[in-house]
Design a protein around this ligand. Structure first.
Ligand code: GLU
Length: 423
């Protein structure tokens, strides 16, 4: 069977039509000359499948899409507190290359604008590292996310470095406030190289899916950066990733994303998919015009807005039934299913608290509960404990040991229902 998703992506690109407004980034000569006809989209699932349409193997420079990855690497290396002392997390509402710092502290407002990205880059490898070492850290890190060795485009690097007047000014400003130490020119060198790393949509989709998969590579299962780091990175992408258009993006498209001035956009819908688009012409904010159109269409068609929450709470109880055994013993079997977080567990607790049939034993069937988060695990175990305090016998039908480390009192753990089946 040819998968309909591929046809869908073809159709999305066809729907973009021939209209190709905007302009390539003119402040970097090499990007100004980019072929504006390129157009592509890739979607990567968190179990490693990639769907694509259009120009998905054309290399282009990653530019600002490197910023969330450098931020992730700095967080993994130094911890949140250390990084927060130097770079904030507030949306700036200003252009990406604005010469501005937070009043009072001298911190850049966030790691997605250039001031914050230069500071983040400067953190990599510690104060002793030089431009090449910092670049290697970020190149290797991004390669780990992408699943192949990425390399720099020397022409883009030279072209941007020769004209990096603005970023040099920002780096000097950061140096004057003591936000970065060492040579500001070296920071601009390393950062510009970081932005000149070549990627294809396939690479970006892998990188995005790794973010969507809480930092774990979908294909190999390798944890590239800790889960908590990814949460921080996605939060900042959500609020600051699309520059001064972040609010508009959040309300209309609604998944964390980062754009780059070469025309790429990377988006990650946590727990679901990674998305990457490419079209070189940009709007006045520096975001790819047709990339935004593609993301907008996909977000609407596929219900990808993060605020369009699913309703897991209603569906966590698969079945709740009472079996009558010989001797008129009643066993209640409450079967749970799917992803269970706080709201789902609350539903389970409320259901278990009622016992209309006066069953003497409750079996909590966890065989189909495949993603139970910490709080839900603790809540369900606590319910098992309290039911025992109320005088009931409790069994956990838990062959995969979902509740293994939780305190469920004296509940017996069983791996099949056999002994409670009526004969
Ligand atoms: N290298 C670019 C700069 O620093 C990145 C900007 C972007 O992609 O938005 O100006």
């Amino acid at each position: 069977m040819r998968l309909p998703i591929v046809d869908y992506l073809d159709e999305v690109l066809a729907g973009i039509g021939t209209d190709n407004p905007g302009a390539t980034a003119d402040y970097i000569p090499e990007l100004a000359d980019a072929d504006p006809s390129f157009l592509g989209v890739c979607v990567a699932t968190i179990d490693g499948t990639i769907y694509g349409a259009g120009d998905i193997d054309v290399p282009f420079s990653i530019q600002s899409i490197s910023k969330p990855f450098a931020y992730a690497l700095a967080l993994a290396e130094h911890g949140l507190e250390h990084v927060l002392e130097r770079v904030g997390v507030e949306p700036s509402g200003e252009a990406f290359n604005e010469l501005s710092l937070e009043e009072g502290s001298g911190r850049p407002l966030n790691p997605m604008i250039n001031a914050g990205a230069l500071t983040t880059h400067a953190l990599l490898g510690g104060p002793q590292a030089d431009a090449n070492e910092r670049f290697e850290i970020v190149r290797r890190g991004m390669s780990a996310f992408a699943g192949r060795e990425l390399d720099v485009d020397e022409n883009v690097y030279k072209s941007e470095r020769e004209t990096a007047y603005r970023n040099t000014a920002i780096a000097n400003m950061l140096r004057s406030y003591g936000t970065i130490t060492g040579d500001p020119n070296g920071v601009v060198d390393g950062y510009t190289r970081q932005c000149s790393v070549l990627v294809t949509l396939r690479d970006l989709a892998h990188m995005a899916a790794t973010l969507a998969n809480a930092g774990r590579r979908p294909d190999t299962g390798e944890q590239i950066v800790p889960r908590s780091v990814v949460r921080q990175v996605l939060s900042v992408m959500m609020t600051c990733g699309m520059y001064d258009a972040a609010g508009d993006w959040m309300s209309t498209i609604g998944f964390p994303a980062k754009s780059g001035v070469a025309g790429g956009i990377l988006g990650a819908l946590p727990g679901q998919v990674g998305i990457a688009t490419f079209s070189p012409r940009l709007d006045q904010h520096g975001n790819s015009v047709r990339g935004i159109r593609i993301c907008d269409r996909m977000s609407k068609d596929m219900g990808m807005h993060i605020m369009e929450g699913a309703e897991p709470a209603r569906s966590v109880i698969r079945r709740d039934r009472v079996l009558t055994l010989p001797g008129n013993h009643r066993v209640r079997v409450c079967s749970l299913q799917g992803t269970i977080g706080f709201s789902g567990a609350e539903r389970v607790l409320r259901t278990l608290a009622e016992n209309p049939d006066n069953a003497g034993r409750v079996v909590i069937d966890l065989r189909r509960a495949y993603a139970v988060n910490d709080v839900a695990r603790r809540m369900i175990a606590e319910a098992a404990r309290r039911l025992q305090l109320d005088g009931l016998s409790v069994s956990l039908l838990d062959p995969d040991r979902v509740l293994a480390d939780s305190d469920a009192g004296e509940a017996e753990v069983i791996s099949s229902l056999d002994k409670y089946r009526p004969y």
